[in-house]
Ligand binder design. Structure first.
Ligand code: C2E
Ligand code: MG
Ligand code: MG
Ligand code: MG
Length: 280
């Protein structure tokens, strides 16, 4: 009996916990080889001007094609990758892969203004980020303005003084900064004002139950207002219905992203989708 064997009667063993831990260990094991076995891929989700066009860019979202489990979503393995020390390599791979793909698309004549890449908290704080970004852009001959880096509000506000330094350098390089999952962290408005961001991305949590006259609608309005004052574009994520899209446009959101328009797609499907877009 675990309880009797546990020190100070602390119950450290539970069948369900054990299973979860074993599952995580097994995934962590598999992660070690996932990179060399080419099991990672990026899917791309289009971003549109509100309420229904034009296409203004795409967000790259990481997928792990696990040989037996199928597609594992990032929220199930990014933390594990961080724990096992493989995230740094994975982050670098993501940045390079997104830029490589954009170069391929540009060369194929596909009109896509830019690509957004999510930064992990560790990557954001890494002293190598700036050089990595600059080198990757040069390697694929991309204008820095074609790359948007998404950093969550919580990450950006964790140590605002050093975030300012990091983001200013990237921004001086010409890269665009988007503050992701906005509204879920605790922004100091004083810092938000000084951050060289271009875009606030309203968290899906405020969009899910959005309808006229709700608290969520009031919050969206307030964020739009804030964006106007600070000269930031406002994008909403997780837009699933035409009603949400219409209301978001009425409330003054600049752009929209969500299943209503498209799920994140593998590169070929994304390319096919863009090829069907009317040219604006
Ligand atoms: P995020 O950056 O906020 O990305 C938005 C998430 O919402 C994505 O989930 C996307 O597939 C999902 N989504 C998009 N439209 C809708 C919609 O209409 N309804 C709903 N319910 N969901 C929608 P995903 O791809 O599972 O990614 C989850 C999180 O994992 C991301 O949140 C981001 O924080 C992280 N992530 C994804 N790819 C990367 C990556 O390459 N690097 C890092 N560091 N983090 C990543
Ligand atoms: Mg994002
Ligand atoms: Mg987000
Ligand atoms: Mg999110």
């Amino acid at each position: 009996h675990a309880k009797e064997h546990g020190r100070n009667g602390f119950r450290f063993f539970e069948p369900s916990m054990n299973e979860g831990v074993r599952e995580q260990l097994s995934l962590m094991q598999d992660l070690r080889h996932a990179m060399e076995r080419n099991e990672f891929a990026l899917h791309y989700q289009p971003k549109y001007g509100a309420p229904n066009g034009p296409l203004i860019g795409a967000e790259a979202l990481l997928r792990w094609y696990h040989p037996t489990r199928g597609i594992v979503p990032p929220e199930h393995f990014i933390v594990l990758a961080e724990k096992s020390g493989t995230l740094v390599k994975l982050d670098a791979w993501v940045l390079n892969e997104a830029c490589r793909q954009l170069r391929v698309w540009h060369d194929a004549g596909l009109v896509l203004a830019g690509i957004s890449v999510n930064l992990s908290p560790a990557q954001f704080e890494s002293t190598e980020l700036f050089d990595l970004v600059r080198d990757v852009l040069a390697r694929h001959r991309l204008e820095p303005g074609a790359l948007t880096l998404e950093v969550t509000e919580s990450t950006a506000m964790k140590d605002p003084e050093s975030s300012l330094v990091i983001l200013r350098r990237l921004s001086e390089l010409g890269v665009r900064i988007s503050i992701d999952d906005f509204g879920t962290g605790y922004s100091s408005l004083l810092y938000l004002k000084r951050l060289p961001a271009r875009e606030l991305k309203i968290d899906r949590g405020f969009i899910r139950d959005l309808s006229q006259g709700t608290e969520d609608a009031a919050i969206v309005s307030a964020i739009v207002e804030l964006g106007r004052m600070l000269d930031l574009k406002i994008i909403a994520e997780g837009v699933e219905t035409t009603a949400q899209a219409g209301l978001l446009a009425d409330l003054g959101c600049d752009s929209l992203q969500g299943y209503l328009f498209s799920h994140p797609l593998p590169p070929d499907d994304f390319m096919a989708l863009v090829a069907r877009e009317p040219v604006h």
